[in-house]
Write a protein that binds this ligand. Structure first.
Ligand code: COS
Length: 393
């Protein structure tokens, strides 16, 4: 693979000195330990277990969890800053980190009982266990409340049956945050949330998806066949699972937005380095106005996306509701990322279309950020609803 003399193009705006230190440490780790493996991770469709362990040892898998539960107890702002750096190196490693932090440790920290935290949170925060988040199904993605998975009460707790689709970390996960209908007549108010262990009989990782991008990250179909879940593994209140799911996704969405900024930054850094080296018409590409225009647009969009993310993280750290801010970041960063990846490939021309350079991987990785944890269409719906709600109230 060809290599370019890239420089990091980032911003420390709104970061504390500790956050800057963290960003530099995350970058140093990502450049030394992750980036050299990124092409192989993509090709082999697997993140090496010892790399996951290294991420865990640095505290990257439980960044916001309290120290007493084995976490790094850092802010949301620190989390999105570190995640951006990991994403520049490898989007697959970044999504494993994002899901474990935002979609698994976060709801357990917020809604889990003392017993549930004692049993699961420390293992997950330390990265001894990996978690996954099971909301989508074969026939329900955006319309999450239309799920068919059922949980029926019996003398020992709950019996779960159903199929969950597109589950990130599904191959590695030891614990699933699992949503199921406990009262189908009540629609979204009949959804509850369960903690389901991979080792519980009837929990089957049925299929691994072949994907366009983030190929190192596993995406599984999980089938539940009469899985007996103990009563104490109901998380939160029965019937409040949908609210847990939505609240969790508010936090998750700023993580995916940070992943999109990281991928976009990789595109910009590589395209700019290439444009400084490559000559055409007796000049370097960097001296051609069309290329300058592309680079300028890429940079402005990355900076704007990052500001949306940091604004949402800042509000989250103050304990405020971030439904609109998270949806705006999750809308703007991924759509910008996709545009930037298209421009990145264009600047490298034929080389951008081959695996000689990492650009084609970034291009493939970019697309999913517009889809998972709520499509761009869903983010627009959420933003518009929040705007009208704020005017009406
Ligand atoms: N935080 C807390 N509660 C929320 C919430 C949030 N961000 N968003 C909605 N709710 C609550 C509502 O307040 C409402 O509560 P009440 O019943 O007490 O009024 C309830 O949840 C239902 O909300 P709503 O009527 O908005 O639900 P809808 O079915 O119309 O749709 C959308 C909600 C479309 C926004 C939701 O289904 C969604 O986000 N879909 C995308 C799911 C997704 O991201 N999937 C990706 C897979 S997970 S990787």
């Amino acid at each position: 693979m060809a290599s370019l003399s890239r420089k990091s193009i980032w911003s420390d705006v709104f970061l504390s000195p500790e956050d800057v230190e963290l960003a530099l440490a995350a970058r140093n780790f990502a450049q030394k330990e992750i980036e050299p493996l990124a092409a192989e991770i993509d090709r082999k469709h697997e993140i090496p277990a010892d790399l996951i362990k290294k991420m865990a040892d640095l505290g990257f898998l439980g960044m916001n969890v309290e120290q007493k539960w084995g976490g790094a107890e850092m802010s949301a702002l620190s989390y999105v800053t570190a995640l951006e750096e990991i994403s520049v190196a490898c989007a697959s490693s970044a999504v494993l980190m994002s899901v474990n932090n935002s979609l698994v440790c976060a709801p357990l920290s917020r809604f889990g009982s003392q017993v549930q935290k004692e049993k699961y949170l420390s293992k997950l925060a330390r990265g001894e266990w990996i978690g996954c988040y099971c909301l989508s199904e074969p026939a329900s993605g955006s319309d999450a409340a239309a799920m068919k998975t059922r949980a029926v009460k019996n003398s020992k707790g709950w019996v779960l049956n159903g199929v969950k689709n597109f589950i990130t970390n599904g191959r590695e996960a030891n614990l699933a945050i699992m949503y199921a209908m406990t009262n189908p007549d009540a629609k979204h108010k009949g959804i509850s949330c369960f903690l389901v262990e991979k080792e519980m009989p009837g929990y089957v990782v049925a299929k691994l998806e072949e994907k366009l991008g983030i190929r190192g990250s596993s995406t599984a179909q999980i089938v539940l066949e009469n899985v007996q879940v103990p009563e104490e593994n109901l998380m939160g209140v029965e019937g409040e699972g949908f609210k847990i799911a939505m609240n969790t996704l508010d936090g998750g969405r700023i993580g995916i937005a940070a992943q999109a900024v990281g991928i976009a930054r990789a595109c910009l850094e590589e395209a700019a380095a290439y444009a400084l080296e490559r000559e055409a018409f007796g000049k370097t590409l960097s001296q051609l106005q069309s290329i300058q225009n592309y680079v300028a647009d890429m940079s402005a969009k990355i900076d704007a996306a990052r500001l949306l993310i940091r604004a949402a993280a800042y509000k989250k750290d103050k304990g405020e509701n971030i439904t609109r801010e998270a949806a705006e970041a999750k809308l703007f960063a991924p759509e910008s990322c996709m545009e930037i990846a298209v421009k990145g490939v264009q600047i490298l021309g034929g080389y951008g279309y081959t695996s000689d350079y990492p650009m084609e991987r970034h291009f493939r990785d970019a697309k999913i950020t517009e889809i998972y944890e709520g499509t761009s269409e869903i983010q627009r719906l959420v933003i518009a609803r929040e705007i009208f709600k704020s005017i009406e109230s």
